[in-house]
Write a protein that binds this ligand. Sequence first.
Ligand code: 2P0
Length: 327
Amino acid sequence: MQATVQAQPNIALIKYWGKRDAALNLPAAGSLSITLDALHTRTSVRFDDALADDDIVLNGKRDEAQTRRLGAFLDLFRTRAQVDTRAHVESTNDFPTGAGLASSASGFAALAVATDHALNTNLTPRELSILARRGSGSAARSIFGGFVEMAAGTRADGEDACATPLLDADEWPLAVVVAITTRAAKATSSRDGMEDSRRTSPFYRDWIATVHADLVDARAAVHARDFAKLVDTSEASCLTMHAVMLSTRPGLVYWNAATVDCIHRIREMRRTGTAVFFTIDAGPQVKAVCLPEHAEAVASALRDVHGVEEALVSGLGAGARIIEADG
Ligand code: 2P0
């Protein structure tokens, strides 16, 4: 009845920003991501008949809103297993939480796999991805490692809105340099921000309409290991998403000055022959994707940018997996 799982965040190259159904957390369009190996979430789940309520500890703290959100997620599994037992959950990240580093992706992926094991529900990876999506859309992707594509699906029940692996991490071993420009949590969550964009951005429908062609391009680039093609499509997807964020009312400005300086620095490196591109999520951190042989030079250049607190180098990693279990 207990399991400990490790999962890693993923970084979308073709971005997810908008839902077709909020209740089932169905994305309005697909997305494509890479799972990292250097940032980790570890989550332990133990079901205990003696507990009257779920006991949920995230990074050493108990929080009422998070307990409700995770408790509702555990209910999805309890319903399947036809049990009512409450759980003790302990989860820690070795990187800043809620700061645009995809902590909800690794968090819900780890929780899904640990809960499945602890309750002996024996779900398939596809079923785990569908359930992880209910916790957080991007979590559906962290079930898998390497290059991953998330399908928006068309079904009203969301049973076709899940991720599938495209290439394993070692089939195209890219590196990602994560430039951390602040450790503070963001002011507007992705969930609230994307709903505000859907309601108010004049560019929202056009943005959703761009994603299909970007996915076709990026999928082909991944299968062909065509870095130059991935550069164009990924930067375009990122900047188009940020154009939607900026045109939301009130405008969502997730960037700071160092974010912008990192963009220029990365483009300058590309002009002088380094294979590197940037991507930025709902936060001010900049992720520079490059060939592994350029990772140290990219990290060193980004550390020199004023306002960059740290630049971490990561490879691509595996999907969510059990590291300890019994019961
Ligand atoms: C992504 N982001 O594709 C995009 C880019 C943020 C910007 O997936 O509401 O935390 O839980 O489904 O998964 C963040 O969205 O949102 C995200 P919910 P989630 O990586």
